[in-house]
Design a protein around this ligand. Structure first.
Ligand code: GAF
Length: 402
């Protein structure tokens, strides 16, 4: 297996973030922590059905520099104050700021990007019984916002690994995944599953994370793209998506209705060849997607275990068709990106993440990259649609201290 080259100059980013932290807060940070975004190779809308997913952490990540408040150095009345600053999405040397108190924290007490660190503090307090002191934090991220690559989960994961280290909490990776999911569900208000945090926490350099979302048992499945002359191209349609919007939760509740009608606690407990004819037509389509998608994940894992990276393309294409036709979470821009990439010779392509916008991925031969890029750009230009952002990603290691 080839060691994936991590394209990010992480040490440089960490050093410059530390210097900036000292300028902003007048003190050195206690450390810098990194958490990657993710793409999902396959296994979409299966996580909240207790099913299987196969995402990988990518070489784009959120970095946080953090300094805990100290009773001997910080003003007493600021002991529970959290000050947040971010370079993310700002022009030049601009910063955006947010602030909250860890004492009496309730959902709604922090807004915008500040709700992600605040949600993590809330989860630690509510679910792990941790008394979290105030801290200063500076955020920087290279995960594009709104592209469906888990930019918000990367922030949450960076904060939880930082607090886990600094407060000596001894939380394990599945435990941190469950806490950040709680933060997202209960504080941020997005009814998402557990895939994205898990990929950011448990990703391995050069591999994809085969995760059983019921047990959180994880296996690192080798994804030696370079050895096979392959690349994964992300095609960010730049169509906004939001998981707090109705489409995602409507899909979730259709799946729950389907499971209940089939007498199961979740769709994980429904056989792949179950008789769905008693379900109403819409629920039937949703359930058919989830049952088929779980099988496709298992089939891709089998191919990868055999080293047959080239052989997974058709399964990716089938996944996209099922998300488009049965689960109905694609959109014209995602479909166009997938179709244009396939027509230009991609081995496989599919939307990745929750859908309704965001990104698709294409598995391509490295030598065909220019051709695929040109074809996708031309297809969007023909339609008069906004130019998509195209970039390749590599499977990277999960979150940790730099
Ligand atoms: C989003 C959610 F955050 C994940 O939990 C998952 O459900 C995904 O959509 C769809 O597979 O990324």
């Amino acid at each position: 297996m080839s060691a994936a080259v991590n394209a990010e100059p992480l040490q440089d980013r960490a050093e410059s973030l530390s210097r900036r932290f000292a300028e902003v807060y007048g003190q050195e940070p206690d450390g810098v922590w990194r958490a990657p975004g993710r793409v999902n190779l396959i296994g979409e809308h299966t996580d909240y059905n207790n099913g299987f997913v196969l995402p990988f952490a990518i070489d784009r990540s959120a970095l946080v520099a953090v300094r805990l408040r100290r009773p001997d150095q910080d003003p007493e009345d600021e002991a529970d104050v959290v000050r947040l600053a971010s370079t993310y999405g700002q022009k030049g040397r601009g910063l955006s700021h947010a602030r909250f108190r860890t004492g009496g924290l309730v959902p709604g007490a922090a807004e915008g990007w500040g709700s992600y660190p605040a949600g993590v503090v809330y989860a630690l307090q509510q679910r792990a019984g941790v008394s979290v002191p105030g801290f200063d934090l500076l955020l920087d991220s290279t995960v594009p916002v709104g592209a469906g690559l888990s930019s918000s989960h990367a922030v949450e994961v960076a904060v939880i690994v930082a607090l886990n280290d600094l407060l000596g909490l001894g939380l394990d990776r599945p435990g941190m995944a469950r806490l950040t999911q709680y933060a997202e569900n209960e504080f941020v208000g997005a009814p998402t599953g557990i895939m994205d945090q898990s990929a950011s926490l448990m990703g391995q350099d050069g591999g994809a994370l085969f995760l059983d979302c019921r047990s959180l048992d994880a296996e690192n499945v080798p994804l030696p793209l370079a050895d096979h002359g392959l690349e994964v191209l992300v095609m960010d349609t730049r169509v906004a998506h939001s998981h707090a919007d109705g489409g995602y939760s409507a899909r979730r509740s259709a799946c729950e209705r389907g499971a209940a009608a089939l007498g199961a606690d979740s769709l994980r407990d429904v056989a792949a060849d179950a008789d769905l004819s008693g379900l109403d037509a819409e629920v039937q389509r949703r359930v058919r997607h989830v049952l088929g998608e779980n099988q496709r994940v298992l089939a891709v894992v089998e191919e990868l275990r055999r080293g047959n990276v080239d052989g997974i393309g058709e399964l990716l294409v089938a996944s996209h068709a099922s998300l488009r036709d049965d689960f109905e979470v694609s959109c014209p821009e995602l479909d166009l990106a997938v179709d244009a990439a396939l027509a230009a010779g991609a081995l496989g392509a599919r939307m990745t993440g929750g859908g309704f916008g965001g990104s698709a991925i294409a598995l391509i031969r490295a030598e065909a990259e220019d051709e695929v890029r040109a074809a996708v750009l031309a297809a969007f230009e023909d339609k008069g649609w906004k130019e998509p952002a195209l970039f390749t990603v590599l499977p990277a290691a999960g979150a940790g201290r730099l």
